[in-house]
Design a protein around this ligand. Structure first.
Ligand code: ADP
Ligand code: MG
Length: 281
């Protein structure tokens, strides 16, 4: 595919959002002036301080919120309401405790068309698909267990399977590994890397972990708070496939330090009461 001239998969043009009419009248925007183009199949990560608008950006991307100003297109189409082409996973795995792992993974197929109307007829086939996916992320043998019988890391694997079962074109992850210990987190980085390498859906990953963003993403964006803006775009040129060993190289830690510097500058600006100065891209 000619990715050079292909239209962007995610296309934000000067997007602003105020959460309600009053805030809009007061010119109080949760995010502002977002201009962002993401290629098909690209893996992007967004880092920035709490409250800077990362989750707001996710809501705009999935059509859960409409912008106050500006234009958003996903996969060539203007966003006019909640999108079906995306899957989501959050910090809390939010599995339903009364359903087994495999039944939790099947949930989107019971809700989203075109699966919903054929769910009863094709249940066996869908269940096979869910079991294959669970095996791929290392949950063979746990398919028929309940969430409370699984560790935190296993629950998060299952919730990633649930986000991917309907083969979405885009996967949105809002701090998905934040609650896990460092070893489990790195295991899940590799699982996500492998699923993405195989299926090449678009990923938007929100994270506080700079190492995570550099290990996984093609491009890392840094957001600032008040105003909630994208202030830095950093392409990660580390070759793929990336193994965990790369995280111990100088090349890797130089990029992490560089990003850390940008975040430090933003936080200082905020502490001094001054707006963060937009940095050159
Ligand atoms: N439903 C809402 N109504 C009003 N303001 C909101 C709402 N959700 C978030 N905000 C505000 O928008 C800003 C960005 O929030 P959010 O996107 O959740 O930040 P992040 O995910 O980066 O922590 C914050 O100032 C927050 O208080
Ligand atoms: Mg958030």
């Amino acid at each position: 595919m000619d990715t050079q001239n292909a239209p962007p998969f995610v296309d934000f043009q000067d997007v602003w959002l105020a959460y309600n009419e009053q805030l809009l009248r007061e010119n109080h925007f949760a995010v502002e002036a977002i201009d962002l183009q993401v290629k098909k199949g690209e893996f992007i990560a967004i880092v920035g301080p709490s409250g800077c608008g990362k989750s707001t950006f996710m809501k705009l991307t999935t059509g859960l919120r409409m912008p106050s100003m500006g234009r958003i297109r996903i996969d060539g189409q203007p966003v006019t309401g909640p999108l079906k082409i995306s899957g989501m996973a959050f910090q809390a795995p939010s599995l339903l405790p009364w359903r087994t792992t495999v039944d939790n993974v099947l949930l989107p197929l019971e809700i989203v068309e075109p699966y919903r109307s054929t769910f009863k007829a094709k249940k066996k086939e869908y269940e096979e698909r869910a079991r294959r996916l669970l095996q791929k992320v290392g949950l063979a043998g746990y398919e028929d267990k309940f969430p409370w019988q699984l560790s935190g890391g296993m629950q998060q694997r299952a919730s990633i399977c649930r986000a991917l079962i309907h083969e979405p074109k885009m996967l949105l992850l809002d701090e998905p590994f934040g609650a896990l210990d460092a070893f489990t987190r790195e295991e899940l980085w590799c699982i996500l890397r492998d699923l993405w390498t195989e299926q090449r859906f678009n990923v938007i990953l929100v994270t506080h972990d700079l190492r995570e963003s550099v290990f996984l993403a093609d491009t890392v964006y840094v957001m600032s708070k008040s105003p909630g803006r994208f202030v830095v775009k950093r392409e990660i040129e580390l070759p793929r496939p990336r193994e965990l060993e790369v995280t111990y190289t100088k090349e890797f830690s130089d990029i992490v330090h560089e990003l850390r510097g940008h975040i430090g500058a933003i936080r200082q600006g905020a502490a001094a009461g001054a707006p963060a100065v937009p940095l050159p891209q």
